[in-house]
Design a protein around this ligand. Structure first.
Ligand SMILES: Nc1ncnc2c1ncn2[C@@H]1O[C@H](COP(=O)(O)OP(=O)(O)OP(=O)(O)O)[C@@H](O)[C@H]1O
Ligand SMILES: [Mg+2]
Length: 240
């Protein structure tokens, strides 16, 4: 499995949100780091085929996703940064609805929802309306919907935002268990997410890829990953 991003650009009027972005991904966990407005979500939306690039290509297993998005979409799990919910549906009803849209059979779907609610520590709240969920609980429902179809390509935009430390650790364990033959891309502002999870880190600023390295390599010679990150985005350290 391979995801090849080549010379990707996205412009919103005068804003050049993603610039000449080239990256080749194989199974593993890529952590995307970058300041607010760096272009992380824009990049992820293009990879999830929600937004079209202004120019450049994305190839999934060799085929251009702008021309044939179906192969990628079939095996995609995506958590947008601004994940909306239906306040009157229960967590189970909402996940059944998303699962039906994804074409998952009823029996398999029920079993999958039960497993995911358990792994995300939501089993006790499955029948409650989402409108009454806390922010972190809603976020975990968002994670569950992204994982429903057991995706080979998982794109999660700030999945740990709003999670308390215990839930963050639980989520990281879940992703680590899932890894293997999958391409997982997640963005975060929490350096410890990257350190404990990522097999590769991409640092993005002003829409450009500034560094692409293993977290341990990135941090070598620096006091911490945060330190390495700050040096790169402030230009104190030349990009690799
Ligand atoms: N739909 C849009 N219309 C116009 N401009 C947009 C749109 N989406 C993003 N932008 C602009 O593109 C740039 C990149 O935004 P993006 O949301 O990708 O950043 P980000 O790295 O995800 O930031 P954050 O860490 O705050 O989530 C910003 O300048 C933003 O204002
Ligand atoms: Mg974002």
């Amino acid at each position: 499995m391979e995801l090849q991003i080549n010379g990707l650009n996205k412009r919103y009027g005068a804003v050049h949100a993603v610039r000449d972005f080239t990256l080749r991904l194989e199974p593993g966990i890529l952590g995307l780091l970058g300041p607010n407005g760096a272009g992380k979500s824009t990049l992820m939306r293009m990879l999830a085929t929600v937004t079209r690039p202004s120019s450049g290509t994305i190839r999934f297993n060799g085929s251009d996703v702008a021309k044939s998005p179906d192969e990628l979409r079939r095996t995609l799990g995506y958590l947008p940064q601004d994940f909306g919910i239906y306040p009157h549906l229960s967590a189970i009803e909402f996940l059944e609805y998303i699962g039906a849209l994804k074409g998952i059979g009823r029996r398999a779907l029920r079993a999958r929802i039960a497993t995911l609610l358990e792994s995300l520590n939501l089993a006790h709240a499955g029948s409650r309306p989402l409108g009454g969920f806390s922010g972190g609980m809603r976020q975990r429902v968002g994670i569950a919907q992204a994982l429903l179809n057991d995706p080979r390509l998982l794109i999660v935009d700030e999945p740990t935002a709003g999670l308390d430390p215990e839930e963050r650790v639980r989520f990281r364990a879940l992703l680590r268990d899932m890894a293997g033959e999958r391409i997982i891309i997640f963005s975060t502002h929490i350096c410890s997410d990257v350190e404990s999870l990522a097999t590769r880190v991409a640092i993005v600023d002003h829409g450009m890829l500034l560094a692409d390295e293993h977290p341990l390599k990135l941090v070598s010679g620096c006091a911490s990953l945060e330190d390495a990150y700050l040096q790169i985005v402030t230009g104190a350290r030349p990009a690799a």
